[in-house]
Design a protein around this ligand. Sequence first.
Ligand code: MRU
Length: 406
Amino acid sequence: MSLESIKFDKSDRQNLQVGILDQLLLPYVTKYIPITNIDDGFRSIQTMQVRGAPAIAMVGALSVLLEIQLLGSESYMKEQSFYDTADWNKTKTQLQERLDYLLSSRPTAVNLGNALKDIAVLINNADSVTSLNEAVYEYTCKLLENDLKDNVTMGNNGATHLLSLLEKEDYHSDFGVLTICNTGSLATAGYGTALGVIRSLWEDSQKKSTSGEKDVAKMAHVFPLETRPYNQGSRLTAYELIHDHIPSTLIPDSSIAYKISSSDLPIKAAFVGADRIVRNGDTANKIGTFQLAVLCKQFGIKFFVVAPKTTIDNKTPAGDGIIVEERKPEEFKLVTGTLVHPVDFTPILDDDKKPVSAKVGVAPPDMDVWNPSFDVTPHEFIDGIVTEVGVFTKDSNGNFNLDALF
Ligand code: MRU
């Protein structure tokens, strides 16, 4: 069974239901929370109950769809005080204000902005709430379907590319790969981007093992970084790798150089996701990605960014134009998790038999901290950008030519 970050129940078209997996509670608690309007969407994105650039965009679009569904309900419109019901043009302007508000939930990932821009066009062209509801429904269904389909394509593109590079290098043995943050099913509609490539490499590996192929390059192990301070690597990627039975070992962010230099299993590549790739290939992704890229260059390890076309920002020429979100200091000074027994890791339950969430202080409360959520990796450090339409590499002058994507 594949992991599902978003449950979208379309069985009753007039009463669509959306639930998102609360990622703050993983890996110990699996709980879906309902999303019914833009306020729910905003809150779940800002608090990072849902995170990962594609998943943020899909939850954002779904929350707009649900709000439009409410606009078509007489009882809701009677109770609410925000929308002007008498004048459709005014309602449209107010909807646009709501999109702007939703966009302010997290600024770095471009996917949400791209989806909301598309929806803004649909709002502009709609002559009634019924036609708008239909148009946004179709758009959002496509967004979810395409994301899953594109991830599988990206997975195959990335795996094929690495295996052919290894073939050219005459490398015919087991190897390991590195990854950071969570780019899997939990961050997307399914399969994942960078983790999708890793899934694809693992499928290839299993086929080669089953058919008894000898002296072939095959991925034997994954080393996900814990991804401090929010621990998407240890809470989410580790959870996904265990779920899929992919051999893996979680490593601290601070161990990259030592791991690469001391690993018995040669590490041949790092695969990372992206929140925004700009025209020259500079890439914003989870904090720690840049240092991983620098170390990969130092040790001659291939470094790949894996992302769908919707993560490309064709308006921004270079990385210095990217706004990097800073998260609250508490997210750094406190570690958030589920209280567990220290020996067997079973959750400690409260009087209602529910697992207890806890925050543990790991820095003086008054200490000033800097807590950027992302960093920007210059394209010089990137060997390839894996997308659903192919793998982009640099020309002899060291430039990516991403024009085919725009
Ligand atoms: O802060 P997050 O957890 O939303 O950051 C997520 C990442 O940086 C991912 O690598 C990126 O969004 C791509 S997810 C397919």
